[in-house]
Design a protein. Structure first.
Lengths: 571, 255
């Protein structure tokens, strides 16, 4: 029993020692690196206390002093907490060949530890081939190329244009969806390239994501037409570095051949087309329209598909066709549906003849005519009286006679007819009334708000009425001198928004002078107040005549002061 | 009392119009198309501008052999009620029977793009909506003045825009381009004003043209293809408004 116990104890101590000992490993994120293209050098150090790292100087490899990223991972290992720190250095090889990276050193938990040496194979920078773009930076992190599926085409023939952006795996690219090449002399569909397709591709041993923008070109005129150059600008982030990039493709030309002499019925379209016709119903009632749909489907320019020529058909009235674009399968085909409303005029069988569509086929360099199958429409006579519901505004449902190939019958039950008079004056009234109503409301609102918010205005506005009421009450109460005095001082307080604490005749005189009130008005108030004061303080009762005179004088003075205040002049 | 009086006057007049309309219908049923035309025309001259009156008048003219005038009256019915199905149907029928089968000249491009929404609205409907939107605009402004609120402001803006849009639509509906219909076959449209001018093209009965100018009994007509020339007004039925009888028809028809 003693031997196993000893063995377990030694094993634990060893494990502890292993766990305590720091370690350092160095690796590259890729086996083969390219001269001039940075790669990530990853240094992992395990231990509890990492005090420093020594990065060796290596001939042929530039390593920055500071890591471009670092991270810490903590784990519970053999019963102890151990941390692993990872440092990333963006190293750039400056020469091709095999590079031997000497050991990296680090001081961990007070001990200097070192990694093992590693070897990195550095490839020479590949030269751009003929189809690829000139890269401004001269590296292969991102490049562009532009190509067409034809270098020679007929006027109007479809040419597939692909604009490819090759982005090395791991790079992050941002770009604006603009900046596509000018394509003078081409009709281009779609106007702006549609959403790009993405695929993975291997090139020179590297994995790329290829973003392809596609458009279809239709040369509008014969001659040498130029495609490009295409300048592509983007921001690229790769291996921790972000920068703006610009690449430009070389322009190239497409030789556009003119079409041979066309036949008289040439539709103007170039490509390969098929034509089909169908009727919404094989039978119809005279006078009731049916729909004829002629579909033209092909691989040329969908906007150039001309309306098929519908021959004149005896006994059929055809109105103008409606054109509807269609997108049939496969994806590189397109077409247009032309819908005609055909109204048969008489009963009987009507044959809609084969409809031809002539186009230029660039594959065979000949004009071809595709034809639809002829169709037969069986037209029956309408019933003598056919119930139809005619519903109109303000009308009851009524039965109208359907005259089949004739006009519809009278509308007889329409309710009460009314004369429509001249609309000019009512319209003017209707349009002007709300404006006046709004103006009146705005003025009313403004006045109410002023009464609510402007106390001085409110007191001044009602001063005369209040004064007159108080004067009448004073006469009725018998306290003539006191009442008259309070009425006058109250009126002055209301007019000038003063506190109602009363004022003597002398104070009133001075106040009116200060307010530049005309002297005759000020004198009138002064005299009335003086008489009231004499009666109040001397104890002399006023006679009836004096009361009448003072009351009339007060009324007149208040009216004149109010008038002066409101109009700015004494009455 | 006043309301009763107004109602009596209104209903009394309405009754007279209804009996004139019925008289026209009865004459039509008895194949007396001249009398029917007279009855309907009289209604229109008295200011009864209703789509069914024009529609029935169109039918009467068609039966009387005046296809061009019939087309003009169907066009009038559709001006008043653009969704009036019988008028649309009969108009198409008549156009199908014309020699050229020309389409109707299109309104100006600004109108097509700005008022593309109003084709199926009757002039009365857009007029009423314009008035309602206008009143709502001022009511909302007044409410906003009383209690300022951002929702009221937005609603007032919307109501104002609607008022402008409907008012524009109503104006265009009540003042449409002057449409006319040829009432005779082989009507010459001349390069200049006068019988001595060379013929630019010919109108057939039922061909619709827009009148760009009128002078001394001549009209500057433009067809759907944009061809223009001078034509004698007597060979045309002016759709209007105003709704007038074509000069080429015998005045005796109106009773």
């Amino acid at each position: 029993m003693r031997r196993p116990l000893w063995f377990v104890l030694v094993l634990c101590l060893f494990a502890d020692a292993v766990a305590r000992a720091g370690s350092i490993t160095v690796s590259a994120d890729t086996q083969d690196v390219t001269k001039g293209i940075p790669f990530q050098l990853v240094v992992e150090i395990s231990g509890r206390d990492i005090t420093r790292i020594e990065v060796p100087k290596i001939d042929g490899l530039t390593i920055p002093e500071e890591p471009n990223y670092s991270g810490t991972q903590v784990e519970f290992k053999n019963g102890r907490l151990t941390s692993t720190k990872t440092y990333g250095f963006l190293a750039t090889p400056t020469r091709a060949g095999e590079l031997v990276l000497p050991p990296f050193k680090a001081e961990v938990d007070g001990e200097l530890i070192e990694s093992t040496a590693i070897t990195v194979k550095v490839l020479e920078s590949p030269k751009p081939d003929d189809t690829s773009s000139r890269s401004v930076a001269g590296d292969q992190v991102l490049f562009t190329q532009i190509k067409c599926d034809k270098t020679e085409a007929y006027q109007g023939e479809a040419i597939a244009l692909s604009m490819e952006v090759w982005i090395i795996e791991g790079a992050n690219v941002r770009y604006e969806p603009t900046g596509f090449p000018e394509l003078t002399g081409f009709y281009v569909l779609p106007r702006e390239p549609r959403e790009p397709t993405k695929r993975a591709a291997l090139r020179d041993g590297r994995r790329y994501q290829v973003v392809t923008f596609s458009q279809t070109l239709f040369p509008a005129a014969p001659g040498e037409l130029r495609v490009g150059p295409w300048t592509w600008r983007c921001s690229i982030g790769y291996r921790g570095q972000a920068r703006n990039r610009e690449t430009t493709t070389d322009p190239f030309t497409i030789r556009v051949k003119p079409l041979p002499d066309p036949p008289a019925d040439f539709s103007g379209t170039v490509g390969q087309y098929q034509v089909a016709a169908s009727l919404s119903s094989k039978s119809a009632v005279a006078g009731v329209p049916v729909t004829l749909t002629i579909g033209v489907v092909g691989n040329g320019n969908p906007d150039a598909i001309a309306t098929p020529r519908l021959p004149s058909i005896d006994g059929i009235y055809a109105d103008e066709p409606q054109r509807t674009p269609i997108s049939p399968e496969p994806a590189d085909t397109n077409g247009q549906n032309f819908t005609y409303k055909l109204t048969p005029q008489q009963p009987g069988d009507v044959t809609i003849p084969s409809i031809g569509y002539t186009f230029f086929d660039p594959a065979s360099a000949t004009y071809k005519t595709e034809r639809s199958e002829p169709l037969t429409l069986h037209v029956t006579a309408p019933a003598k009286r056919e119930a139809q519901v005619v519903v109109g505004a303000g009308k009851v449902e009524t039965e109208a006679q359907s005259l089949g190939s004739d006009i519809l019958a009278l509308d007889t039950q329409i309710g009460s007819l009314q004369r429509q008079g001249d609309r000019t004056i009512p319209t003017a009234v209707v349009y002007v009334t709300p404006v006046f109503a709004y103006t009146a409301f705005a003025l009313y609102l403004r006045r109410s708000r002023r009464f609510a918010n402007d106390r001085a205005f409110a007191r001044g506005y009602g001063a005369l009425k209040n004064g007159m009421d108080r004067l009448a009450r004073a006469r009725q109460s018998g306290r003539t001198a006191d009442g008259l005095y309070e009425t006058i001082t109250g009126f002055i307080a209301d007019e000038f928004n003063l506190p109602e604490i009363g004022m003597t005749s002398a104070e009133a005189q001075l106040f009116f002078e200060a307010q530049r009130i005309p002297a005759e008005i000020a004198d009138a108030f002064h005299k009335i107040l003086k008489a009231c004061e004499r009666a109040r303080y001397a104890g002399a009762e006023l006679s009836a005549d004096e009361v009448d005179a003072l009351t009339q004088g007060a009324e007149s003075a208040m009216q004149r002061l109010d008038e002066f205040r409101k109009r700015g002049s004494a009455a | 009392m006043i309301a009763t009086l107004i109602a009596a006057i209104a209903f009394g007049a309405g009754g007279a119009y209804d009996s004139a309309f019925d008289r026209g219908n009865t004459a039509y049923e008895q194949n007396d198309f001249a009398t029917a035309i007279g009855a309907y025309e009289q209604l229109i001259q008295e200011g009864v501008v209703e789509a069914p009156v024009f529609y029935n008048l169109g039918n009467a003219y068609y039966r009387a052999g005046n296809k061009g005038t019939a087309i003009a009256n169907y066009e009038r019915a559709l001006q008043i009620e653009p969704t009036y199905e019988p008028a649309q149907r009969n108009l198409e029928f008549c156009i199908a029977g014309t020699e050229h089968q020309w389409g109707k000249p299109l309104p100006p491009p600004w109108q097509e793009s700005l008022l593309m929404w109003h084709d199926n609205w009757s002039p009365r409907a857009v007029y009423r909506l314009a008035v309602l939107s206008w009143m709502a605009f001022w009511a909302l402004l007044a409410l906003r003045l009383w209690k300022p609120n951002k929702h009221l402001t937005r609603s007032a803006i919307v109501a104002g825009l609607l008022a402008v849009a409907f008012a524009l639509s109503a104006y265009v509906k009540y003042h449409p381009p002057l449409l006319a219909v040829a009432t005779q076959d082989h009507t010459p449209v001349r390069f200049g004003l006068g019988e001595d001018q060379n013929t630019s093209f010919e109108l057939s009965e039922g061909d619709r043209v827009v009148i760009d100018a009128r002078r001394e009994g001549w009209a500057l007509a433009r067809n759907a293809d944009g061809e223009r020339g001078w034509v004698q007004e007597s060979a045309l039925a002016i759709v209007g408004p105003p709704y007038l009888r074509p000069a080429s028809l015998a005045p005796a028809v109106v009773q």
